[in-house]
Design a protein around this ligand. Structure first.
Ligand SMILES: Cc1cc2nc3c(=O)[nH]c(=O)nc-3n(C[C@H](O)[C@H](O)[C@H](O)COP(=O)(O)OP(=O)(O)OC[C@H]3O[C@@H](n4cnc5c(N)ncnc54)[C@H](O)[C@@H]3O)c2cc1C
Length: 292
């Protein structure tokens, strides 16, 4: 339970962190909140020779809105996302998701970038970012690039992020009619099954009730990595915007996923059953955010 020896360096800027990463010759790692990396180091699942501390790089923190897009810096801690009035007013699902992560200690130290890079299959943010169709901003030695959330989460603890790159921010168009629902482990609060749903509504008229034009539904906790529930997205399209129609559309959610997790917290069969339950809750929670 004691990590291997390592050097510690504090980066002053993103460029400085990238220079230090390159200088470590592939054996260094950045550390932000340390809530996932330090346990991995104690178990010797990670043995970096150099830890590059990016936690105090100011340019990586903060939540802002520009040209209709919201940007959250990678170093922003979960507590700041959960309590942001900009997010609560304009895109409540992301604040709601952050507020459900772990406990106050975890939310005060853990960061958005750290959670995405670590890519725990039970992490909460991935589901919400899939539902928001978010773009993940990366910076490396050869410049910046942007990866859609749908392409970013690739496998168990595997994302589209090179060893010499840093996540700098996440950007998305705010969505009001969206919600996150999860069944969580009682000790850690990691998702056993977590579902985020974002809906686009065809507004009704005197003669026609509102219907669902389209949706994006992200699932986490249930499989090796977060993914979209495309069959439910198809089933929801065109349905009446009612709780009953949402429950109907969620029938069989996740039935086509063949790598459902099974562990001491939940069997495969239980997780499968809960995907349908929490998909219904997320869809109905999104509908509850429809302006009256
Ligand atoms: C008790 C406990 C309960 C938890 N419960 C939950 C939960 O309910 N839901 C949930 O989603 N999570 C949960 N977590 C995980 C928590 O959210 C972590 O904070 C998060 O996964 C990692 O963020 P971090 O800033 O601590 O990253 P670190 O531990 O510092 O780093 C994790 C990994 O990301 C890399 N990294 C960090 N920042 C960047 C960056 N900007 N660019 C590139 N790579 C980077 C590091 O090199 C490392 O590989 C829990 C953790 C603990 C300890």
């Amino acid at each position: 339970m004691i990590p291997s020896n390592f050097d510690y360096q504090r980066a002053q800027s993103v460029d400085d962190a990238l220079t230090k990463l390159a200088a470590s010759g592939g054996t260094g790692k950045v550390i932000a909140g340390g809530h996932s990396l330090v346990p991995m180091m104690k178990l010797r699942l990670h043995e970096p020779t150099t830890l590059i501390d990016i936690a105090r790089i100011g340019e990586l923190s903060g939540i802002r809105e520009q040209d209709g897009l919201i940007e959250i810096g990678a170093n922003t801690v979960h507590h700041d996302v959960a309590t942001s009035s900009l997010l609560r007013n304009n895109c409540p699902i992301i604040a709601e998701t952050a507020g459900m992560i772990g406990d106050p200690q975890v939310r005060n130290r853990g960061t958005l970038g750290g959670s995405l890079a670590h890519a725990d299959p039970a992490a909460d943010y991935p589901a919400a970012l899939l539902a928001l169709d978010a773009q993940i901003q990366l910076q490396g030695p050869s410049g910046t690039r942007e990866v859609a959330a749908t392409d970013f989460f690739q496998g168990l603890f595997t994302v589209d992020l090179a060893d010499n790159e840093i996540i700098t921010a996440v950007r998305f168009t705010p969505v009001q009619v969206a919600a996150y629902a999860k069944l969580y482990q009682r000790a850690s609060r990691f998702a056993i099954v977590g579902v985020a749903a974002a809906l686009v509504i065809n507004q009704g008229s005197m003669l026609r009730k509102p219907t669902i034009r389209s949706s994006r539904i992200g699932l986490t906790g249930a499989a090796s990595h977060a993914l979209r529930l495309t069959s439910v997205e198809e089933a929801v399209a065109g349905q009446a915007a009612t709780a009953e129609a949402m429950a109907q559309a969620a029938q069989g959610a996740g039935a086509k996923i063949d790598d459902i997790n099974a562990d001491l917290h939940a069997s495969e069969a239980y997780r499968r059953a809960m995907i349908q339950v929490f998909t219904t809750r997320a869809l109905q929670g999104a509908l509850a955010r429809l302006p009256a």
